[in-house]
Design a protein. Structure first.
Length: 54
C-alpha cells in the first residue's frame, strides 16, 4: 500500500501513522509506504511485484 502525499496522510488525515503502528507486527507492515515522489511510487510498485513473483 502506497500513500501519496505525506502531509495529507500524516497530518491532515493522519491514518498513515496509525496504520504503521497497527501493521508493525504483521507481514504486510513491510509493504506500507508513503511519499511525495511519483518516481518512488513506481520503484516501490516494482519492488513489491518482485517480492510477489519470486
Amino acid at each position: 500500500m502506497i500513500f501519496y502525499g505525506e502531509d495529507y496522510w500524516k497530518f491532515r488525515k493522519p491514518i498513515y501513522p496509525v496504520l504503521v503502528v497497527t501493521a508493525a507486527a504483521r507481514e504486510y507492515g513491510r509493504k506500507i509506504s508513503i511519499t511525495d515522489d511519483r518516481t518512488q511510487i513506481v520503484d516501490t510498485i516494482k519492488r513489491f511485484s518482485e517480492v510477489v513473483t519470486n
